[in-house]
Design a protein around this ligand. Structure first.
Ligand SMILES: [Mg+2]
Length: 241
């Protein structure tokens, strides 16, 4: 591996998946629609909005360790149908299972993401890791369905590791696998303040906040954000130095 030591050189790119290179809302919407179809429930769009919010709430609680990941599997459905005021006979865990099966088939790239990954892959002397908070079934299924694994040296799914971003133990597992002790060689790239940026801060790793639409989330001032990028080209520029 060859690089100029006098330049800022990131060698190991730790790339978040959802809303960084994958269009999660799109996958979620399709999987949700198919699940409701199987349950015979109409008015899918308004319920999907509720589900999206309840699911995000559950994941925030997992990040904050106020909810166990296993409980999320039924809780997001219980909350959704309670807010939507809909009675369902199918057990929540069964609904979750239908949904996860559908979701695991859907790995949808954001516009430009696959070209970005190809350019990233072509950069000499770099490693690419996919870092994602997700369940084994849906994350690994979506990775396989998209074929994104062909661009990655390493894949870290939180459910497989046993810790979720921003837990420092998640990032310790990443560093132990890549086996480069110099933290300045890593760059965490992601859209989330609470999992990606906070995780990078917790682990002492450089980070780049990505907002594909240029709308950066509020609340960044309490964190160390080393770079900001609102396009894939900007991320590549940071890496090329
Ligand atoms: Mg994300």
């Amino acid at each position: 591996m060859c690089y100029n030591q006098h330049m800022e050189s990131y060698i190991h790119i730790l790339l978040d998946l959802d809303d960084t290179v994958f269009d999660f809302p799109q996958s979620e919407k399709i999987a949700f629609g198919k699940t409701m179809e199987k349950l015979g429930i109409d008015n899918v769009d308004s319920i999907c909005k509720i589900y999206t919010e309840e699911n995000i709430k559950c994941w925030k609680q997992i990040e904050q360790k106020t909810l166990a990941r296993e409980d999320m599997f039924w809780k997001r459905w219980a909350n959704t149908f309670e807010v939507a005021n809909i009675k369902v006979d199918t057990p929540f865990l069964e609904i979750n299972s239908i949904y996860m099966t559908e979701l695991s088939k859907l790995g949808i790239y954001l516009p430009g993401a696959e070209d970005f990954l190809k350019e990233l892959r072509a950069l000499p002397g770099h490693t690419i890791s996919l870092i994602t908070n997700g369940t084994s079934q849906s994350a690994n299924g979506r990775i396989k369905a998209s074929g994104i694994d062909r661009y990655a040296d390493y894949i870290f799914v939180s459910h497989d590791i046993g810790y979720d971003k921003p837990d420092v133990r998640y990032f310790e597992c990443v560093l132990n696998t890549i086996k480069d002790p110099d933290k300045e060689h890593y760059l965490v790239v992601g859209d989330s303040l609470t999992s990606d940026m906070k995780g990078a801060n917790n682990a002492g790793l450089p980070c780049c906040l990505f907002a594909k639409d240029g709308k950066f989330p509020e609340g960044a001032e309490i964190l160390r954000i080393d770079h900001r990028a609102s396009s894939y080209a900007e991320i590549l520029n940071i890496l090329k130095g």
